[in-house]
Structures are given as structure tokens and as C-alpha cells.
Design a protein around this ligand. Structure first.
Ligand SMILES: Nc1ncnc2c1ncn2[C@@H]1O[C@H](COP(=O)(O)OP(=O)(O)O)[C@@H](O)[C@H]1O
Ligand SMILES: [Mg+2]
Length: 329
């Protein structure tokens, strides 16, 4: 459905003097595919480029280099109108914080009708009916339509944001840490809603989180990002069940699931600057396996079964076979 190839995003550094030309390497040489109906999870620490990748996948960010293809069509070779009409209606976005993502001066009814009006979907009556349908889809009561976002709880606001993302019947939803601004008590409900919607509507989804346990529970495939690079990618059961990259191992051990008895790996030292990333493997400054070989070049992908790719000079070799069913941990 959507495929990015060799995508780089570099920003001008916010700091740096007037004559400095430092670039922030927000995303480096990213290649990723999202197939129809599947959930791809993106994980990594804050600042590793998850939101940048989300913005590339939703057409909000033009890559500095590389290609974005939607059903084989080059997104940035389309006219602005085609990109808005064909692509814009096929991809919905849910952001982290629903209190800033929704216009506080518009009622929920207006918020949900706005994309339908902009894209001129159906008659006036059809749009009104669609608004009610959307509200129902996300499990909100009818009286919510007259409310302003400020009158709703965080969880309800995020449901409105999800309904808005679904308004144009997208093929893909990109959800960028959709629960991290919410109370712990409502997080599971919003996650379950997303899973349920994906099942009922056959949506593809890119689900972003800094928590690999959440991603592992939701996703069919996982891509792990570190300092702007995808360092490991594959089926969720493989990546979370038999991580090949030390960074993935460290992420898993930081929030162990109840069933595992792995020793905790504590990462020491800061994440290096994205303005001046280390040569070779970006993780080598914090990696307990790193040696001189890791400093020369970013390791090319080595592939395991089922398209499990990892970029590591010293990957962990799985000791036991991984069951082929989706991880249920
Ligand atoms: N508009 C911007 N200008 C300069 N730097 C940016 C901009 N947007 C993001 N960055 C930088 O790019 C890197 C990746 O950011 P981001 O994609 O937001 O990471 P994440 O979502 O994983 O926390 C960070 O170092 C961030 O500071
Ligand atoms: Mg982010």
C-alpha cells in the first residue's frame, strides 16, 4: 500500500550560530513498507525519529532524499491537488495529544464534518449521517456532538480525533503515540478501540510508541528506530521474541513482560546528538558488544527468515525456534 525507500529527513539545526550549517539527521536511509490491513509498530526512545517517519508516511513532511510510494505512485511527483485529494483522503492521522490536535472553538459535530466538507463528500444529509456514524464507531454518545473539546475528557477527545481520522474512510491510519498523553486508566480502552476498528474496517495502521511491550501486543510487524535509523525490522513475534539487535534487546529488558526472566540491560550514557551522529553504527557508543568494526560503516541489513532484517555487526543469533503464530505476550 505504502512504501518508503531510502528516505532521509534533515532539518536545519535550531541551535547553531547564524553561519553554522548544522543539520539534524532526523531520519536516515529509512526503508519500510506497510501492507493493506496490517499493523506496523514503530518503537524507539524519544527523539529517534518516530514522528518524523509518521510525517513522511502521511505526506506532511517531504523527504530531503528518497521516495514515498502510495500504491506504486510517487507521492512527491503528484500535483499538490492529487496529493491532497487522492492521498490525503486515504491516510488518517491521530496525534499524541488530543487537547492540541482538535480546534478548541469547534464543536465535535463541526470537527467531524470538516473533512467531509473539505473533500465534498456526498450531500449535506449524507454528511450529517456520516458524522453520527463516526461518533458511533468510536463509542461516543450522541450528545457529545454539541460539546466543545474542552468539555470532554482526554479519552473522549482522543476518540473524537480517531473518528475524525476515519471520516474519509482511509486505508491507513498513522497513530503517533496516541495514548501517551492520556490517563493510564483509559489507555487500554483507546488501544482496544484502535485494534477493534482495524479489524472491523480492514485498515492498515502504523502504531507508534516508545513502549515496545505495547507495540508487541498490537503489531503484526515492528520496526525499531535508533537515532534516525531503522536498526531492526520484522514480524512482531520475531523482533520481540528473538531480538537480533542489542538495542532491541535493551528496549525489551527495560520493560520486561511478566513471562520473561531475562536479565535487565541498563543502557548507560546519553543518546548521541542527531546533529552529529557517530560514524558507523549509531548505537555503538552505548552498546556492550561494540568494537572497532562497528565504527566503520552503518551495517548493511542481514536478513533472517520472514524478512526479519537487522543492521548489526554482532547480531544475537536466536537459540530456540520462534513459533510462527503472532506473539500473544
Ligand atoms: N522541525 C524540526 N527542526 C529541527 N529539528 C527537528 C525538527 N523536528 C524534529 N527535529 C529533531 O529530529 C529528531 C527526531 O525527532 P522526532 O521525529 O520528533 O522524534 P520522536 O518522535 O521519536 O521523539 C530529534 O532530534 C528532533 O529534535
Ligand atoms: Mg514523537
Amino acid at each position: 500500500m505504502i512504501r518508503i525507500d531510502g528516505v532521509h529527513v534533515r532539518h536545519k539545526a535550531r541551535s547553531g550560530g547564524l553561519f553554522r550549517r548544522d543539520a539534524v539527521h532526523a531520519l536516515t536511509d529509512a526503508t519500510l513498507e506497510v501492507r493493506r490491513g496490517e499493523i506496523v509498530g514503530l518503537v524507539g526512545e524519544s527523539g529517534c525519529g518516530k514522528s518524523t517517519l509518521a510525517r513522511v508516511l502521511t505526506g506532511l513532511q517531504k523527504p530531503t532524499e528518497g521516495e514515498v510510494r502510495f500504491h506504486g505512485r510517487d507521492l512527491w511527483a503528484m500535483s499538490a491537488a492529487e496529493r491532497r485529494d487522492d492521498f490525503g483522503s486515504a491516510v488518517g492521522v491521530v496525534f499524541q495529544d488530543p487537547s492540541t490536535a482538535l480546534n478548541p472553538r469547534l464543536t465535535v459535530r463541526r470537527i467531524l464534518r470538516d473533512p467531509l466538507d473539505v473533500h465534498k463528500r456526498g450531500t449535506r444529509e449524507a454528511r450529517e449521517a456520516r458524522v453520527e456514524e463516526l461518533l458511533d464507531l468510536v463509542g461516543l454518545p450522541g450528545h457529545t456532538l454539541a460539546a466543545l473539546p474542552g468539555q470532554l475528557s482526554g479519552g473522549q477527545r482522543q476518540r473524537v480525533a480517531i473518528a475524525r481520522a476515519l471520516a474519509l474512510e482511509p486505508e491507513l491510519i498513522v497513530a503517533d503515540e496516541p495514548t501517551s498523553a492520556l490517563d493510564v486508566s483509559v489507555r487500554a480502552q483507546v488501544l482496544n478501540l484502535l485494534v477493534d476498528l482495524r479489524e472491523r474496517l480492514g485498515l492498515g495502521m502504523v502504531f507508534i510508541s516508545h513502549d515496545i511491550q505495547t507495540v508487541r501486543y498490537l503489531a503484526d510487524r515492528i520496526a525499531v528506530l535508533y537515532l534516525g535509523r531503522i536498526v531492526e525490522e520484522g514480524r512482531a513475534a520475531d523482533v520481540a521474541g528473538a531480538p537480533a539487535h542489542p538495542y532491541t534487546e535493551a528496549l525489551l529488558s527495560a520493560t520486561p513482560s511478566l513471562l520473561e526472566t531475562t536479565e535487565r540491560i541498563v543502557l548507560t550514557g546519553p543518546v548521541p546528538s542527531a546533529t552529529n551522529p557517530p560514524s558507523g553504527c549509531p548505537f555503538r557508543t552505548r552498546c556492550w558488544k561494540a568494537d572497532d568494526d562497528c565504527a566503520t560503516a552503518f551495517p548493511a541489513a542481514t536478513s533472517g527468515p520472514d524478512g526479519h532484517r537487522r543492521h548489526c555487526v554482532h547480531p544475537q543469533i536466536p537459540t530456540s525456534p520462534v513459533p510462527s503464530a503472532r506473539s500473544t505476550a
